[in-house]
Design a protein. Structure first.
Lengths: 348, 315, 445
């Protein structure tokens, strides 16, 4: 933190104090909307308190807290908690959204049993796990490598770092559609380029049951490596230089410096990157849906694509709600574990 | 690549050169698809599906024209009987033996995206800033749990959230409305906004507000006059991320909108030409759709890097 | 840059026009919105309907959605009781659901009052597009677009003397449109990986789409031809031995053989648009597609005219083709039902039906179809007539979507992903469908 904010912050305060006396004596009305907050009581009382360095407590602070947090919590309750509870309720019924007039029967854990016993769902989970595992690993490796390189601040590095960001600015659905075009064996450039560099040009990334899981990993990595890179670069920049200087003095080798300084200091950021990519890719829908439709067969049918089909194409609302809850619990559990790990790492 | 070292002292010129080569190499490779999309937007539909792929083709604006118009095919005699084309785009369309039948939905969808994207970004940043400040400064009961709860709202797959929201909107008549989608995006972005902004707020020393309040400001005035200006970077960064999400969102827009409030992402992959997908028009749509986000990000790119680090890491 | 200025002027002009248009539309209440899929016939209907506007002064607005998203978007709309569509030209498979849930209004009374007789329309289309329950006299739509799956082929390639000679010496018959599926396979293999005019070409473009209904619309043609039936004709919903019987299995197996031997690389997720792309770019000798696209293909600058011919589905045990086509219905939630019915009344007139055919639509009216000289009116008219005689349809049950999606999964898993055996695929499908019907109460658990 530089000294600059100090001066800019304090200067306006000083000049405006000149106008304060004219409003001294008005009461602060906690119930007025935040836009109309007025100076409360009188500056002298403030100064008396202020001489001890304490800031003001009391009604205005608490009221402000509620005012500031209130709308957020309310909206989240309305759009997250309420739907979550509704989904839970739906998961215990056989409701179908396309037959609103039909009788709604309570089926207890019936939907959950069906979901967990359905072999197809486990295939979806395997496909999702494969996708998560490999895309996150690749993005970490590439992102970290790029961040390390960018941190050397070669000439024009800031231009290229922005250029690398481009893929993640596209809409994932559009990315999926265009990579379908690129992977087309006849007129797409992927096969063309691979063939150019000596590989066999006659494969079908999207049509081959062995290759298509890798196709989705590839496209996701292309799109989100910049994000991981950015995160890790910030982490690298936050490492205090004196640590390295001390290591230099101790004649530590490059590898030691990396292993004992860089990696541990960046670890919280790495975990954070894993956390956010995990959450996002577990929910991944648009990109894969446009790219493969879950095919060939159901080889790339991720859990969220299955969910969409059950909920919005087959309209089995009760069943799909159960599936949604199960997925939610899975991500929640994984995130909890990751965040605990993050806290432990931060403690060091 | 992974085992190269980070040196705090100035890296050697050789190290820098190596880094440069690696990064520029990666950037160029990863930009090939984007450049190809841009080039495709200037091809004719036939050239776009030529096999083997042609790198250089006769440039044409037919993609952009197709993007903004609907056309219908006419027979050869009817074509000959028509008066000569008035505008340059009508001329291009006539070459394909079609006539312009009217504007397409793209402009509509683009405007919807602007409205809904910027609207929800504004709201989520506004509410997020307020909430983040409160979490940062005040003693809120159950703060950590509340914060995790806020993060967890991001964990439901959008499809899952869409089921009850779809039913809810159907009941209150918010289906296919701008307001409905704005509200939903605001809420989804709120969790990210609160987390990011809290981190920024945490970094701003409390001393400044306290000094201001000692001088007679209320908490709220201190917030507005002291804290907000310093949080400008954080707010800008948060706004970028919220906008990118709202701008590019697909699942909710697909399931909860149709004719009136549909945004561009569900629309672009469905741009059909004469029977087949109109790749040049889709590429044109993609390029135009990317521009605002690109401009926004480039302008604010300095803040982006600084903004990624937030309170989750700092003590 | 000049082009940049022009582009922004164009955009601005279009936006202004849009603004004016929507403003004008709002000011006028005599307006109808018609929803259909975004394809060639829809454009033809737009032209045709200008007549209606001229006659009645009612403005027509259109909502056209590309096929892969059409079902989901429209069913979503109906389920939300949306008011977007006044008239909906819905797929034949939606009839059951739309009738049961009350999305469409029943048209019997309207027909009787206005002298519209269902006997004036081709029986297969009445049964397929209008009635629910199937075969009864409850009418929920007017047959609007007759359609079935058939083939186009490169007549110019078939006519090449060197190819004809080679084919004859290999298979001992003329290189001509196939009459049976075995003949089809031979032709496919003949063209597969052959070089014509310096480019490598392939046998056929078939339906293999995973997402909406593509592969089902392709595979059923072969399965029907091999004798497959969905259920026991004497006992509805009794499917064991029928959907997973030997005919079905043989048909599915043959479709996979065709996919493996005779399709272009990367043709693993293809439906109407991809098949069109393949054919128009000169990649394939034969193309499976809905007859609705044939007028557009015939006019195509690259492959149209004399270069293209058409043939109906080949046969195996029997001749059969998958039914396409739609009927036009009035949406119950519309505020303009009376106006919408006016449109249907106009559309049902024989004179309009004739213009519909001439414009590229596929009329189902007997007056048009049995007119002398109909067969010669276009190059694809005979194929249309012949195909409509042999059509069979998929389930039209209210839960048709579940049945369809199950079949999509099972057949794609086997045909494209190569998973398991055809018998296993069909057995799996039987299990899926039994579950659906049990949930519906059509089968006692």
């Amino acid at each position: 933190m530089s000294a600059i904010p100090l001066t800019t912050a304090t200067t306006p305060v000083r000049t405006e104090l000149v106008e304060v006396p004219s409003r001294v004596g008005e009461r602060f009305d906690p119930s007025s909307s935040s836009g109309q907050a007025k100076l409360s009581t009188n500056g002298e009382r403030g100064r008396a308190l202020g001489s001890a360095g304490r800031h003001r407590q009391g009604l205005s602070d608490r009221a402000l807290a509620w005012l500031f947090i209130g709308p957020t919590v309310l909206l989240l309750l309305a759009f997250n908690i309420f739907p979550l509870l509704w989904t839970i309720w739906l998961s215990f019924t056989n409701y179908r959204a396309n037959r609103p007039g039909a009788d709604v029967l309570w089926v207890g854990l019936g939907n959950y049993a069906r979901v967990l016993n359905d072999e197809a769902i486990w295939e979806n989970m395997r496909a999702t796990a494969h996708f998560l595992c490999f895309s996150i690993t690749l993005q970490l490796l590439l992102g970290f490598g790029l961040a390390l390189m960018l941190n050397r601040r070669f000439k024009s590095h800031s231009f290229w770092s922005t250029a690398i960001l481009l893929p993640m600015m596209l809409a994932p659905a559009v990315v999926g559609t265009f990579w379908k075009y690129f992977f087309e064996p006849q007129y797409g450039i992927f096969n063309y380029i691979v063939g150019f560099f000596g590989g066999r040009g006659s494969f079908t990334m999207l049509g081959d049951a062995q290759l298509s899981p890798w196709a989705i990993v590839l496209v996701d990595t292309w799109m989100w490596t910049p994000y991981v890179m950015l995160l890790l670069l910030a982490g690298l920049r936050s490492i205090p230089p004196y640590l390295y200087e001390a290591a230099e003095i101790d004649r530590a080798s490059e590898w030691t410096k990396f292993w004992r300084i860089t990696l541990p200091m960046v670890m919280p950021f790495i975990i954070l990157a894993v956390l956010f990519r995990l959450i996002e890719n577990f929910k991944m829908f648009d990109l894969v849906d446009q790219l493969t439709n879950g095919g060939p067969g159901s080889v790339t049918e991720l859990a969220s694509i299955k969910l969409k089909r059950e909920a919005f194409e087959k309209w089995r609302t009760g069943y799909s709600s159960a599936l949604a809850i199960i997925l939610f619990v899975a991500i929640y559990g994984l995130s909890l574990v990751t965040v605990r790990f993050l806290d432990r790492v931060k403690q060091r | 690549m992974k085992s190269t070292m980070h040196s705090p002292l100035e890296p050697t010129p050789r190290a820098k050169a190596f880094a440069g080569i690696v990064v520029i190499g990666y950037a160029l490779i990863s930009l090939i698809p984007l450049v190809w999309i841009l080039m495709t937007s200037f091809r004719t539909p036939q050239d776009a599906i030529a096999y083997p792929p042609q790198v250089l083709t006769q440039p044409s604006l037919i993609g952009y024209v197709n993007l903004f118009t609907t056309r219908s095919r006419v027979g050869a005699q009817e074509l000959a009987a028509l008066p000569p084309p008035v505008t340059w785009y009508e001329g291009l369309v006539r070459e394909q033996q079609m006539i312009v039948a009217g504007p397409s939905r793209f402009a509509d969808r683009y405007l919807n995206s602007v409205l809904i994207g910027f609207g929800s970004t504004f709201l989520s940043v506004l509410l997020g800033t307020l909430a983040a400040y409160a979490f940062s400064r005040f003693r809120v009961p159950g703060k950590d749990d509340l914060l995790f709860f806020i993060l967890s709202t991001r964990m439901m797959p959008p499809i899952a959230v869409a089921i009850p929201v779809y039913l809810m909107y159907r009941a209150v008549g918010l289906s296919d409305t701008h307001l409905g989608l704005i509200l939903l995006y605001t809420v989804v972005n709120l969790s990210l906004a609160v987390w990011l902004l809290k981190g920024f707020m945490d970094e701003i020393p409390r001393e400044y507000e306290e000094a201001a309040m000692v001088d007679g400001y209320t908490r709220f005035q201190a917030f507005v006059k002291v804290v907000l200006p310093q949080a400008a970077t954080g707010i800008a960064t948060t706004a970028i991320f919220c906008l990118i999400f709202a701008w590019n969102e697909y699942a909710f827009a697909l399931l909860l909108t149709s004719g009136t409030a549909q945004t561009s992402p569900p629309f672009i992959p469905t741009i059909i030409g004469e029977g087949g997908l109109d790749w040049p028009a889709m590429a044109a749509g993609t390029t135009l759709f990317l521009l605002p986000v690109l401009v926004f990000t480039v302008l604010l790119r300095k803040h982006l890097l600084r903004g990624i680090t937030f309170g989750a890491i700092r003590k | 840059m000049k082009s940049l200025n022009r582009r922004s002027t164009l955009a601005a002009a279009l936006l202004a026009a849009l603004g004016l248009a929507s403003g004008a539309a709002q000011a006028q209440t005599r307006q109808l919105t018609l929803c259909w899929a975004a394809w060639d016939p829809a454009n033809a209907l737009v032209e045709l309907s200008k007549d209606f506007t001229a006659q009645t002064g009612v403005q027509m607005k259109y909502e056209f959605v590309p096929w892969p998203n059409f079902a989901q978007r429209m069913l979503n709309e109906l389920n939300s009781k949306g008011k977007l569509c006044d008239l909906l030209i819905g797929d034949s498979q939606w009839i059951g659901s739309a009738a049961t849930e009350g999305h469409y209004i029943q048209l019997n009374e309207f027909f009787d009052k206005n002298g519209i007789k269902m006997s004036d329309f081709m029986p297969a289309t009445v049964e397929g597009y209008s009635t629910w329950p199937k075969g009864t006299k409850n009418y929920w739509a007017l047959p609007a677009m007759g359609d079935a799956v058939a083939f186009t082929y490169r007549k110019d390639w078939f006519a090449r003397p060197e190819l004809q000679a080679e084919f004859k010496s290999k298979y001992n018959r003329e290189l001509a449109p196939p009459a049976t599926w075995d003949e089809f396979k031979q032709i496919g293999q003949f063209f597969q990986n052959r070089t014509i005019d310096g480019k490598k070409v392939y046998g056929a473009a078939l339906y293999t789409e995973r997402g909406s209904e593509g592969i089902t619309m392709g595979v059923t043609n072969v399965m029907y031809a091999y004798g497959m039936q969905y259920d026991n004709p004497k006992k509805p919903y009794d499917m064991k031995g029928f959907i997973n019987g030997p005919e079905a299995v043989a048909g599915l197996k043959f479709y996979k053989e065709l996919f493996d031997c005779c399709t272009p690389p990367g043709h693993s997720n293809a439906y109407m648009t991809e098949d069109l792309d393949s054919y128009k770019s000169g990649q394939v000798a034969m193309q499976m597609n809905f007859i609705a696209f044939f007028p557009g293909i015939a006019k195509d600058p690259n492959v149209g005219g004399e270069k293209t011919g058409f043939f109906t589905m080949p046969k195996a045990k029997i001749a059969a083709a998958q039914l396409g086509g739609q009927g036009i219905s009035v949406v119950k939630y519309s505020d303009k039902k009376e106006l919408a019915l006016e449109y249907i009344k106009w559309f049902a007139q024989p004179a309009v039906q004739q213009k519909w055919w001439d414009a590229g639509g596929f009329s189902c009216h007997n007056a048009v179809l049995s007119k002398p000289g109909f067969e010669k009116s276009t190059s694809y008219a005979p194929v249309f007539l012949d195909s409509m005689k042999i059509v069979k349809d998929f389930w039209q049950e209210p839960s048709y979507a579940q049945l369809l999606l199950a079949m999509q999964k099972r057949t794609h898993d086997y045909v494209v992903a190569g998973k398991g055996t055809p018998q296993e695929a069909m057995d799996g499908l039987l299990k899926d469908w039994t579950e659906v019907f049990k949930e519906d109460g059509k089968i006692k658990p």
